[in-house]
Design a protein around this ligand. Structure first.
Ligand SMILES: *[C@@H]1O[C@H](CO)[C@@H](O)[C@H](O)[C@H]1NC(C)=O
Ligand SMILES: *[C@@H]1O[C@H](CO)[C@@H](O)[C@H](O)[C@H]1NC(C)=O
Length: 753
């Protein structure tokens, strides 16, 4: 069920525009040639925004809201008493059926107009508890300047201060009485502007006409606006809200007959928060053109374009063995167009923006046309040296067909050629796979704040400047691959080798299972024990599982829609000339793979890879128990929820990040394969540093308890018990390298018998 209510502003809405259109001569721009021009997206950065998302389930007793409490009212009350004394509209509010969480989205109103970069979102659970909120409302010049200064400071103590400040606040409002812990603000009188709080830039200057604003935009994007006389302005009335739809709080104008626009141009006045702490009155225009679709904010006094977003992004195409294929024996390469996930990689894979430091130093956006991006630098390293910055990378070609944009399409004949002869194709495949894994695991929670690998973290937490450095055909070894994971903020390094079991040799860069396995080291290391701790999966059972997660991810992600629990998979067998690189295949058959917990006490199981195979085998059992119970989806990537904030945008555009209880989570929970992946990732975050097998098993069980109320506990227990890691399993006299006596157990809890 979806609920929605609207709070309208009490003050009458006054248009700030004084005069009618003024006529401006055409600017000195160029003719529009039909070739798409690219302009950098830019705008002020709201650095004081915060997102407060505590762990809800830490022994807090469910708070029961008073009878008749409406979650939207609860959210509004919370916002008014604890977050802001400003006016706002509810832009959207809806309740997710599957978990009862209500998501409420607020937009700030100052002097009757929206502040277009000031949003609050509040999530209320079915007990009426505020479980998290985000807040980028404008709070005055001083507040903004302090926040900017704070973000600029890099020393650890200030970071700690921020962290402590946030967690104190969280503790207060979640674990105390609902909102008594936060400072109450004395309410401001509505419809007034308190100049000590709100600094409006040049409040008394003349406001230019919307046609002047359009002219400025035209100059900026270098199109000629020949005849403004033909443009007419239509004022439309306030649209009335229907359930959960977008709501304007003020009149909207439409410019008709704009020569270079495909459709009438909606214009309205708004405020924009600036980095200098002032509110700037702007004209907010949306201009649809043949090859661009601009959303612009133009200073309403000076005509300067101060924020610009092009909703159209160029396509990028890659010829690769795409997601779903494990290696060349699985299928042909395909040209995939724009495979990036719009939440995980908001700027695409090769549109690499400035990182936070660059931005601070005023550096411009860099654009690349090669295998460099926000998530990975991929290149050959035939020499096997430690230099990588200037190693050879293939250049994408700018093409009109078959896709308009950048195309990475290189010959690759692995049957006949030696790997060196198709290194460009290999680099592209390696680039693609590092990116797709980044994006996939991002959607399952390996994101900025949990320590993922990105150059720019977009202000979303964690440390940036740590895209993966991926060496294709690294000359430093054969028949292997490796991944080094330093703490968050330092680049992970992947080295992929050529395999010499066959003639011609085979390139590990073409076997996605190996790439997934290697990247998984980065995931498990960063998620276990926190992003700053890379020392949790070193040796023994912990180190063994560090290998096992990679094998498991690689195996799960290659399963096919018609697989059954009888389907078996060998790890690494294509590169290795047809023979798997582990002792046994991954299978649910105890005959084909007899490994159980106790086997690790035997000789031959001291190494991490042998132990890892036992762990991966256990996870494979969990996987099939959950797939049998919940079914399978080919769609590993959960849907993006374009259903609220940007619902009115008709095509490519920025997407809102999914919040915890989104359609994405609903999708993940609905299928056994996606659910297993989620539980395993969640388990990584929950388990302690240097976990042993029983710890990691318990963390997965707890992940299920947190996500589904323990709906799958018995399926998970049965899977582990089948492989000897049941209720009574224990390790005694364990040595650091993983020796010791293991007692197997095939027992499951009473309620599962
Ligand atoms: C793209 O590639 C061409 C060479 O084909 C090069 O001249 C150009 O500078 C590159 N552009 C960028 C942004 O790196
Ligand atoms: C899966 O099985 C169904 C029913 O037997 C069949 O129609 C379909 O083509 C199969 N799909 C694949 C990808 O093999």
């Amino acid at each position: 069920m979806k609920r929605s209510i609207l709070i309208t502003t009490s003050a009458a809405v006054a248009l700030l525009l004084a005069a009618g259109p003024t006529f401006v001569a055409a600017g000195p721009g160029h003719d529009h040639t039909g070739v798409r021009q690219r302009f950098e997206n830019f705008g002020p950065d709201v650095r004081h925004r915060e997102y407060v998302a505590p762990s809800l389930l830490r022994d807090s007793a469910p708070f029961t809201a008073p009878l008749n409490a409406n979650p939207v009212q609860i959210a509004v009350h919370f916002a008014q008493t604890s977050l802001t004394d400003s006016e706002f509209v509810i832009r959207n509010a809806y309740t997710s059926d599957h978990n009862g969480v209500t998501h409420v989205y607020l937009r700030q109103i100052v002097d009757g107009v929206e502040v277009t970069n000031a949003d609050i979102n509040i999530n209320v659970d079915r007990f009426g508890r505020i479980v998290s909120y985000g807040d980028s409302f404008y709070k005055g010049k001083e507040y903004t300047l302090r926040a900017n200064a704070r973000v600029n400071e890099q020393d650890e103590s200030s970071v700690m201060e921020i962290v402590e400040g946030i967690s104190n606040k969280v503790g207060q409002f979640v674990f105390g009485t609902q909102w008594s812990g936060l400072k109450k603000r004395s309410p401001r009188k509505r419809g007034t502007t308190d100049s000590t709080v709100y600094s409006i830039a040049n409040p008394s200057s003349t406001v230019i006409s919307p046609i002047d604003a359009l002219q400025s935009l035209a100059d900026h994007i270098k199109v000629v606006l020949p005849d403004v006389a033909s443009i007419s302005i239509l004022e439309s009335s306030i649209p009335i809200t229907t359930a959960s739809s977008f709501q304007h709080s003020q009149p909207v104008m439409t410019l008709n007959n704009v020569p270079f626009a495909l459709s009438p141009v909606p214009v309205r006045q708004a405020y924009l928060q600036l980095d200098n702490g002032e509110l700037q009155l702007v004209w907010d225009l949306q201009v649809e053109m043949q090859d661009n679709w601009f959303h612009a904010h133009v200073n309403a006094h000076t005509g300067e374009v101060i924020a610009l977003m092009d909703w159209v992004a160029d396509a990028t195409a890659y010829r690769v063995f795409p997601f779903g294929l494990n290696d060349p024996s699985d299928g042909e390469r395909q040209l995939v167009v724009d495979p990036h996930d719009t939440i995980a990689s908001r700027n695409g894979w090769v549109n690499y923006g400035p990182n936070d430091d660059d931005k601070r130093m005023g550096k411009k956006t860099k654009g690349y046309n090669t295998t460099i991006g926000n998530n990975v630098y991929a290149h050959e390293n035939l020499q096997g040296g430690s230099q990588w910055e200037d190693n050879h990378r293939p250049l994408g070609k700018h093409e009109e067909d078959p896709v308009s944009g950048l195309v990475f399409d290189f010959r690759l004949n692995w049957h006949k050629q030696e790997p060196e002869d198709y290194v460009d194709g290999s680099v592209v495949n390696l680039f693609y796979w590092n990116n797709i894994i980044h994006d996939l695991f991002y959607r399952y929670g390996f994101d900025e704040q949990s320590g993922n690998f990105q150059e720019d973290n977009f202000g979303l937490g964690g440390l940036g400047q740590d895209a993966v450095v991926a060496n294709a055909q690294d000359g430093s070894g054969y028949n292997n691959a490796n991944f080094a994971t330093p703490p968050d903020g330092q680049r992970g390094k992947m080295r992929m080798y050529v395999w010499d079991a066959t003639t011609p040799m085979r390139d590990g860069d073409l076997e996605s299972g190996i790439i997934i396995h290697e990247y998984a080291h980065g995931i498990s290391t960063r998620l276990t024990g926190g992003p700053a701790n890379s020392g949790c999966l070193g040796w023994g059972e912990a180190g063994g599982m560090g290998e096992g997660w990679g094998d498991f991810f690689a195996t799960a992600l290659r399963t096919k829609v018609n697989d059954t629990r009888e389907s078996d998979y060998d790890m690494g067998s294509w590169a290795n000339g047809g023979e798997g690189i582990r002792k046994y295949p991954y299978t649910t058959s105890l005959k084909k793979n007899p490994e159980t917990y106790g086997i690790m006490s035997k000789p031959g199981y001291y190494g991490v890879h042998a132990k890892g195979a036992v762990w991966a085998e256990m996870l494979y059992e969990v996987y099939w128990n959950l797939v049998d119970k919940h079914g399978y989806t080919k769609q590993w990537f959960p849907p993006t929820d374009e259903d609220d904030e940007f619902a009115e945008r008709p095509r490519k555009g920025p997407k809102k990040p999914s919040h915890p209880d989104s359609p994405a989570t609903r999708h993940i929970l609905s299928y056994g394969n996606t659910l297993t992946l989620q539980l395993v990732v969640d388990g990584l975050k929950l388990q302690p540093c240097r976990p042993d097998f029983t710890d990691a098993r318990d963390a997965i069980l707890q992940a299920d308890e947190l996500l589904t109320n323990g709906d799958n506990a018995c399926e998970i227990w049965k899977a582990f018990a089948k492989r000897g890691l049941g209720v009574g399993a224990k390790l005694e006299g364990g040595s650091p390298w993983g020796g010791g006596e293991r007692t197997e157990s095939s027992h499951v809890p009473k309620e599962c018998q």
